[in-house]
Design a protein. Sequence first.
Length: 301
Amino acid sequence: MLVGLGLIVIAGYTYVHTTNAQTTSDETKQKNTEVAKRQKIIKENLTNYLKTVTDDGTVSVSFYNLGATSGSTAAKSKYADVYQKGELEVESNAHTAQTAASTYKLFITAYLMEQKLNGNFTWNTTNEDGFYRMIVNSENDYAEEQLASYGMDKLNAFITKQGWYSPVFQDGVSAQTTSYSLQLLLQDLAEGTGSFTNASDQAKILKLMGKQIYRTGIPTGVAEADKGTTVTDKVGFLDDTNNDAAIVTMPNGQKYILVIMTHGHSQTGFSGFPKIAKIAKKVQQIVYGDDAGTKVETYTD
């Protein structure tokens, strides 16, 4: 049986008539091929670029695309299918434990939101103020109080249960984590899953992260790539460590997660954040630039 084809025999010749259904199927196959090709090139380019910046082991990067927000310009683009959630995920040196610095406060946040879901935490004046100082100003006292109150063992057990790198917290050692674990946590936060299923609490945390005051890393880099890009993030800085873990929203509605952890190279204070900004800018250009996915590129650090 021939489906979608009409056979017409005239004067010994056979003509094949293609129906609309066959035409649509061919167009769909062609589109899917083009989507797969662009995705492959974007991932190859991003992988190659990130290898250049992580090669010496002092940088870790995790990227995860969240797709376009519903009804946005990006969602209506002819290339929308290229950016389906998770299809462009790329990591480099992302499973090697690094000093977390103040990004560990995201794990404290997730744990406390889990406690709230279980009825063991409330938004009283003390907790409201503590969260503000912990997230917006990256002050340590509230986070350290929670860590002392609940104990390292409980927090590490919670983190292990989520499938994130553990132990984060150990006596006499700076908190440790991986860029991939921070990515997974931010996926829960961005999507309202895991500890962040309460929509009001999710929105509260995201709002605080959008107001955090240290913005010379990922926020600066992605805004240079595309003016109007917004970022909700948590930074960390300790000794020679500068980290940034972010949820990024572009003006056209594309969203993604980017985590960049750096150390070494005689970094002090905030001196590593311009490097983070440079990486973030390039990542956004590779994945979302006007010519993204059109040709394979080569990169040097």
